[in-house]
Design a protein around this ligand. Structure first.
Ligand code: HEC
Ligand code: HEC
Length: 308
């Protein structure tokens, strides 16, 4: 807990004089407001997006590291493009679902591959073929970008098949999520739910099953700054907590647990205390291990590719 005036900026205060303690604005309205910035700029995203760029940089300096470079064509758009190319060019041997074909000897591509362990390895197979087998090199006219998209698609298959290996039942997890857990009070799923936590619509492609389990049993373990909260104490000693909406030199705005927005001029505040704890309760005691596994299976199934 630290006193702070976080992220001060030079913005001119618009409502400096309006000391409205209860400037409660209902956020129940259907106005869609992007509020998942926290999750987008979380450490996870930084590692996910900056790391390949960093590697690319090294790659430009020394191409000896090519095999280690991350695939920069791995957005959902690329994966979908890779899939449609696969269905046209590769499915006659590997099968429409990429699960292989014994007659042709084309292996299942949805698990761990025997001849490649990275996108770069898959790329090489596609460019060069596997000599002495039916696996021929792809037409040299096909641009590199398309092969990286294919590689991204194939890699996405092993992530999807990993979801099958998750212990719990996604169906049971879905029911827990919708009926028991109050998860939707705080989280959005495909446009429905609350704003007091990150949007979970694609959480399965952002967090692994282990990370999801941790998020449920020990929410405060890792909390992105977007989800830190502030406790404001006014000059009368009355305090109120909420998620930090924005701050400038003259005012502080928060959203409380009922999703109400509150605006305080700094001059009216005695103390501002920041907490880096999660506002999400731990579900370790609330759910059995099996139920946690079920919730994780459900959350892990939430991906852009599989959400209708
Ligand atoms: C004519 C049939 C055929 C076509 C078409 C074909 N493959 Fe293959 N592919 C094979 C066979 C057979 C192997 C196994 C070669 C070996 O390892 O002995 C293979 C192996 C592979 C492997 C290595 C698998 C591993 O476990 O390491 C990858 C990756 C692969 N193919 C991707 C593709 C992609 C992507 C396409 C479409 C551009 C494609 N293949 C088109 C027959 C085919
Ligand atoms: C009181 C509001 C609240 C409730 C209820 C709540 N959460 Fe959360 N949840 C949050 C907040 C805030 C965060 C972000 C801070 C953190 O990482 O703990 C979060 C984070 C998460 C994360 C990690 C997301 C990420 O991007 O890292 C998952 C997964 C999650 N919640 C699932 C659930 C599930 C499942 C339930 C219901 C069983 C639930 N939450 C109930 C507020 C809530």
């Amino acid at each position: 807990m630290v006193f702070s005036s976080l992220f001060d900026n030079a913005q001119q205060p618009r409502h400096q004089s309006a000391y409205k303690l209860a400037s409660a604005i209902s956020t129940e309205s259907s106005q869609p407001q992007p509020c998942d910035f926290g999750s987008r700029f979380s450490l996870h995203y930084i590692t996910r997006w900056l790391w390949p760029l960093l590697v690319l940089n090294l790659f430009l300096v020394s191409d000896g590291l090519a095999e280690d470079a991350g695939n920069l064509y791995n957005t959902n758009f690329d994966i979908n493009a890779g899939r449609s190319y696969f269905e046209k060019q590769c499915s006659r041997c590997h099968g429409f679902d990429a699960r292989g074909n014994d007659e042709v000897g084309a292996p299942n591509l949805t698990g761990r591959l025997t001849r490649a362990s990275s996108s770069a390895g898959i790329y090489t197979i596609l460019r060069e073929g596997i000599s002495g087998t039916a696996m021929m090199a792809v037409d040299p006219q096909v641009p590199d970008s398309q092969l990286w998209q294919l590689a991204a698609y194939i890699e996405s298959l092993s992530r999807e098949s990993a979801s099958i290996a998750v212990r719990g039942s996604a169906e049971v997890g879905r029911a827990l999520f919708n009926e028991v857990g109050e998860c939707l009070d705080c989280h959005m799923l495909n446009g429905k739910g609350g704003r007091l936590g990150p949007d979970l619509s694609n959480i399965g492609s952002d967090l692994s099953p282990d990370e999801l389990t941790l998020a449920l049993i020990d929410p405060s373990e890792k909390v992105a700054p977007r989800w830190w909260s502030l406790t404001l104490e006014d000059k009368n000693g009355v305090s109120r907590s909420g998620l930090r909406m924005n701050e400038d030199s003259f005012s502080v705005r928060i959203m409380d647990a009922d999703s109400q927005l509150w605006s305080y001029p700094r001059s009216a505040l005695r103390r501002v205390v920041r907490s880096e704890e999660s506002t999400m309760p731990s579900y370790a005691a609330r759910f059995s291990d099996t139920q946690i596994d079920d919730l994780v299976a459900f959350l892990y199934s939430l991906r852009p590719e599989t959400t209708p």
